[in-house]
Write a protein that binds this ligand. Structure first.
Ligand code: ZN
Length: 209
């Protein structure tokens, strides 16, 4: 009799182990199949008429008259460009409105430049700095500069750095970054709005080497 009970007990124990194993397997399976919760990528929207800046998501987009600041860094365009990138302009207008609220004035003193204009400035810099290498630390040749690509802004130059300093500190919220250690006035859309800007590069020449 005792032996029979032992067999029954043994069989019951084995069944429990087997069932647990199946459930564990099932759990592991479910873990893999559970869909990931999609992160809502933030998107900033700016209403030019009211200077109102509000947060949406990429999925929802900007509604009514609001213009998107874009949700990524703005890439260097490959084709020919004739004006300041509209997204860069919207980012600047949003930053300008916020700066104004905080008592700072920022203005674009040079944004888009034609290649001819950039070449003129580059040649002037060569005269001033004597060598193309030294000149390139301040003005890049037209084929490399981001001004003829419509994605670079000189802000408050040569008036003074106060407003530009505000933009240096707050620009990342709008996706605008100061780029060079030697140019407090030069900004580019290097990040998505809200992402932190990269470290400053010593000068424009170092950026291309
Ligand atoms: Zn510049």
């Amino acid at each position: 009799m005792e032996k029979k009970y032992l067999v029954i007990l043994g069989a019951a124990f084995a069944s429990i182990l087997f069932i647990s194993f199946i459930y564990l397997e099932k759990d592991a399976d479910q873990e893999v199949r559970t869909p990931l919760v999609m992160t809502q990528i933030p998107l900033w929207c700016f209403e030019k008429n009211t200077d109102y800046l509000w947060e949406s998501t990429v999925t929802i987009g900007c509604i009514n008259e609001a213009q998107s600041l874009g949700a990524t860094r703005i890439p260097i365009p490959t084709g020919e460009v004739f004006e300041l990138n509209p997204l860069v302009k919207t980012r600047f207008l949003a930053a300008e409105a916020q700066a104004k609220l905080e008592g700072f004035k920022i203005e674009i003193t040079s944004g888009f430049r034609s290649e001819a204009r950039q070449l003129f400035l580059f040649n002037q810099a060569i005269k001033k700095y004597k060598t193309t290498e030294e000149a390139s630390k301040w003005v890049l040749p037209p084929s490399i500069s981001h001004h003829p690509k419509g994605i670079a802004l000189d802000v408050n130059y040569p008036t003074g750095p106060t407003g530009a300093k505000w933009l240096e500190i707050n620009g990342y919220k709008f996706g605008l970054c100061r780029v060079y250690e030697n140019e407090w006035w030069h900004f580019e859309p290097l990040v998505a709005p809200g992402e932190l800007c990269p470290e400053l590069i010593i000068n424009a020449l170092a950026a291309i080497n």
